[in-house]
Design a protein around this ligand. Structure first.
Ligand code: FES
Length: 171
């Protein structure tokens, strides 16, 4: 497993997340997702402009958020579902707001509230990518919030352990 960019401390311990450009505000369309890998080069995430203010959201409307694409239940890739829409995997489900929907076992994550679990078996919310926007509207990933990315839980409360990669699933 290879890192995107991993600064190391003098002792060689990986301790901080890299800063990586993801997109720019001018390139985003509400409800259209942008896939990117972070903090390792094989760790998938989804960025989306929700069209409504969200916890941790950036941009002039505070509505641009990004989360790990790996469901915290068993690691499937979830998909974005716009308010009032239904996922292909479950036409009978209608999203009451912008959510992430996991097609494997129907976990639902409220993307306006830090990917809080609002349905299905996921035991935890999705890790949120910490974003920054510069004066030109460029959007950068600068860190990951808890919990640990699926498959990287070392039992530590230090989420920067996720940078090390390759740890066994412990939950
Ligand atoms: S893997 Fe997502 S709900 Fe089971």
């Amino acid at each position: 497993m290879k890192a995107v960019v991993i600064p190391t401390s003098p002792g060689g311990t990986q301790s901080t997340f890299p800063k990586v450009k993801i997109s720019s505000l001018g390139e985003l369309t509400t409800g259209v997702t942008v896939d990117f890998n972070y903090p390792l080069d094989n760790e998938p995430n989804v960025l989306v402009k929700l069209g409504q203010k969200a916890e941790g959201g950036v941009g002039p409307d505070g509505d641009v958020v990004a989360f790990s694409d790996l469901c915290q239940h068993l690691g499937c890739n979830w998909g974005y579902v716009a308010p009032g829409a239904s996922p292909k995997a479950n036409p009978s489900f209608s999203a009451s707001g912008p959510v992430g929907y996991c097609p494997c076992h129907a976990s639902v994550f409220d993307l306006t509230r830090g990917a809080k679990v609002v349905g299905g078996p996921s035991p935890r919310p999705l890790p949120q990518v910490q974003l920054e926007v510069d004066g030109s509207g460029n959007i950068f990933a600068v860190g990951m919030g808890p919990p640990s990315i699926f498959g990287h839980d070392t039992g530590s409360t230090d989420v920067s352990n996720d940078l090390k990669g390759g740890n066994p699933v412990t939950s």
